[in-house]
Design a protein. Structure first.
Length: 214
């Protein structure tokens, strides 16, 4: 009997150890999952407005699948330990003449951080930043965190993936073993400017923690 209990204890320890080490996300083990067809916002709430904008060809698309988040995850590369990668999977990724925003957020050391890529005018313009989020109006530390290399917002149409490559030195310098909590993703659609706010958006709920590897 004692032997069986010992074996059971060892098995439980092994299972616990395995579940702790499986912390890096990928498409099959994403930290964040989200349902399809769950877009909210002005254009969803007011379908007549959507129809009018379509009639005048201001909105050339028929659905919001290009901002519909289905999952999102973090990962790192041993070859580039100074970066954290954040990938967002979209139901059907495509560019529009309007402004789309793809972002992920998390908490580290009791501070809130985020990364976002804005794409507009059919990909003629991009704006990409990461940093601490603070203040009443959700201001980001953009001056510190603006990423100059716009190619680090990697868009893959075929796989419907947006990958954001984030220098760790602008997100609080996390080191191996550090834990990112309250992970979540958000995608939104705006007119070119932010004046009108979001026309449509998709927020995920909080996902699993991510443990920094390198
Ligand atoms: Ca969704
Ligand atoms: Ca959602």
């Amino acid at each position: 009997m004692k032997k069986i209990i010992n074996i059971l204890i060892i098995l439980m320890l092994v299972i616990t150890a395995l579940s702790v080490t499986v912390s890096a996300g990928d498409e099959y083990n994403p930290e964040i999952q989200d349902p399809e067809n769950d877009i909210t916002g002005k254009l969803v709430k007011h379908p007549i407005l959507f129809k009018i904008l379509q009639t005048f060809n201001i909105i050339p698309f028929k659905s919001f699948e290009f901002i519909d988040v289905t999952s999102a995850w973090f990962y790192e590369s041993e070859a580039e330990p100074d970066y954290l990668f954040a990938t967002i999977k979209i139901k059907d990724l495509q560019y529009t003449p309007l402004r789309t925003i793809y972002s992920m957020r998390w908490t580290f050391n009791e501070k809130n951080y985020g990364v976002a890529c804005h794409i507009h005018s059919n990909d003629e313009f991009r704006w990409f930043a990461a940093g601490q989020i603070f203040g009443l109006f959700d201001n980001w530390a953009y001056k510190k965190g603006l990423i100059k290399d716009i190619s680090d917002c990697i868009v893959d149409y075929e796989e419907n993936l947006i990958t954001l490559k984030i220098p760790k030195n602008i997100i609080g310098d996390p080191t191996p073993g550090d834990v990112l909590t309250f992970t979540n993703a958000w995608a939104g659609l705006r007119f070119i400017s932010e004046i009108c706010g979001e026309l449509a958006e998709d927020q995920t709920s909080y996902g699993n923690n991510y443990i920094i590897q390198y």
